[in-house]
Design a protein around this ligand. Structure first.
Ligand code: NAI
Ligand SMILES: O=C(O)[C@H](O)CS(=O)(=O)O
Length: 485
């Protein structure tokens, strides 16, 4: 890896301000999904080391919570600045371990820094309330306090910004944190910790462990010192964690899977819709929770859209994310590639036609061809399940009522997209879609200033925006009597 600052490449866990190995000395090997080459190792830890990290976070909590919001904001702002200043090295690390094109990696790093900066500022505005008293002689107040030690479990598809989003909100309001990043992409997380330390974050406030996910997850969920679990990942694992966190009635935030509809109505600007669909579907090789999963196109423009969209998909350039011009990197691992192959085979076996792609890419390894499927029907896995790969199923629809029914016919409810110009339709459809986020005439949805999160089995809680701090504070009611007047 070509890093200007080689100290950003850390291969230890981070507990109580120390860079440490697993007690057993065991390690996990991390590879580059584009080449299969080994990049390095991280410690393979378990419950004991996780408990140690929780103890450190618990010991650090009173001092961190007692700092003024401005003192915490100053440290977080320095952290965001350092992340921004080191964007090139951090992007190199990310592309090497995750595979996404460098331009996307840079975008993710800057997005993470923006979330941290946002929460640094927002942490200073965690206001309480004074409630008019129903009886004389009383004063009724509401204050907001940090929940305490938080456990964060994060995925490989956004190895930096998913941590930044959680850490920004948690640390800004005075919580401390134990993070278990994905073992597939640990180095981005460790570089963040290195920069947090340089920014002046006290020991124990942020801790990072790696290893066997179930025992680490169990320790985070069952340990009574942990007051909150925040998770981004699959709905299946989210449900497991919800069940476990319930044993000690912890606060939870869950950012789970999606099955985003991308709807193009007859009155849409077709070129804009094609550009939006490319962005929404193929970013990160289709491995985002807000990726368009089902593309619904109205009868009148279906053929024109399908033709233009297919031309645009054929223009995507598959390759190593480090190479200039690459738009589509590899899938994260062999399991992910096998899942995409299985889903495309299921669709074609049931009658879908391939407009482009449909196979492993000639580059071999974990590369898959950007794919467009037509004649797709609701019984196919590509319609029911999260694809998490560069495959766009096209579905023809007749009218608004039909497409709203189709779009909502899923257990998921994270992001939805639609293109239309009729103002009445825009309002009707926006209100009818059962999703936490709806993008209208736009293929991108995430920003630190707006609430990110889902409904139904896509989760609960919001990240970013003024609402994002609510997930990391408790509301306390102070009822004061005996005032006299
Ligand atoms: N919402 C999103 O952004 C994501 C959705 N997914 C979906 O999940 C599918 C499978 O991807 P995976 O990497 O297997 O996701 P996953 O949900 O298994 O992994 C996410 C995180 O959870 C951890 N984890 C896994 N099992 C755990 C357990 N029993 N206890 C505690 N932590 C645990 C993993 O180590 C990782 O840090 C993808 O194809 C995609 O459909 C995956 C990653 C992110
Ligand atoms: O997959 C996710 O968690 C999000 O899509 C990442 S982003 O869209 O907010 O960048």
């Amino acid at each position: 890896m070509k890093l200007t600052d080689t100290a950003l490449f850390r291969q230890h866990a981070y507990i109580n301000g120390q860079w440490v190995d697993a007690d057993s000395g065991a390690t996990l090997s991390v590879d580059n999904p584009a080449t299969g080459a080994s990049l390095g190792t991280v410690p393979s830890m378990g419950a004991v080391e996780t408990r140690r990290a929780i103890d450190a976070a618990s010991a650090a909590f009173p001092l961190w919570a007692a700092k003024t919001a401005k003192e915490r904001a100053n440290i977080l702002s320095r952290w965001a600045d350092l992340i921004t200043q080191n964007v090139e090295d951090l992007a190199q690390l990310m592309t090497n371990e995750q595979g996404k094109p460098l331009a996307e990696a840079r975008g993710e790093i800057l997005s993470g820094a923006a979330y941290i900066q946002w929460f640094a500022e927002e942490g200073r505005r965690v206001y309480g309330d004074i409630i008019p008293q129903p009886r004389s002689g009383q004063r009724l107040l509401v204050v907001k306090q940090p929940v305490g030690v938080c456990g964060a479990i994060t995925p490989w598809n956004f190895p930096s910004s998913m941590i930044a989003r959680k850490a920004g909100a948690a640390l800004a309001v005075g919580c401390t944190l134990v993070v278990k990043p994905s073992d597939l992409t640990p180095f981005s997380a460790l570089a963040l910790a290195e920069l947090a330390e340089r920014a002046g974050l006290p020991a124990g406030v942020l801790n990072i462990v790696f290893g066997d996910a179930p025992p680490i997850g169990d320790e985070l969920c069952f340990n009574p010192k942990v007051k909150k679990i925040t998770f981004t990942g699959s709905t299946a694992v989210g449900k497991l964690l919800l069940g476990k966190a319930a044993q000690t009635v912890k606060k939870v935030s869950m950012e789970l899977g999606g099955n985003a509809p991308f709807i193009v109505f007859d009155d849409a600007d077709i070129d804009a819709a094609v550009a939006g669909a490319i962005l929404s579907k193929y970013r990160n090789a289709g491995q985002t929770c807000v990726c368009a999963n089902r593309v619904f196109v109205q009868d009148g423009i279906y053929d024109a859209f399908a033709e233009k969209f297919t031309v645009a998909v054929k223009a995507l350039k598959v390759g190593n994310g480090l190479d200039a011009g690459t738009t589509t990197g590899p899938l994260i691992d062999d399991r992910a590639l096998a899942k995409v192959e299985r889903m495309v085979a299921d669709a074609t076996d049931k009658g879908a036609t391939v407009l482009t792609g449909g196979h492993k890419h000639a580059l071999g390894g974990r590369f898959y061809e950007p794919t467009v499927l037509a004649n797709v029907t609701p019984d196919m896995a590509v319609i029911r399940d999260e694809i998490f790969g560069p495959v766009a199923p096209l579905v023809r629809f007749k009218d608004e009522a039909e497409v709203i029914q189709l779009a909502n016919d899923t257990d998921y409810g994270l992001a939805a997209y639609f293109y239309a110009r009729d103002l009445g339709r825009v309002w009707r459809v926006a209100e009818a879609l059962e999703y936490g986020m709806v993008a209208i005439n736009d293929g991108a949805i995430a920003t630190e200033v707006a609430p990110f999160g889902g409904v139904k089995q896509s989760g609960m809680g919001r990240e970013g925006s003024k609402y994002g701090v609510d997930d990391y504070v408790q509301i306390k009611f102070l009822a004061m009597g005996g005032i006299g007047a």
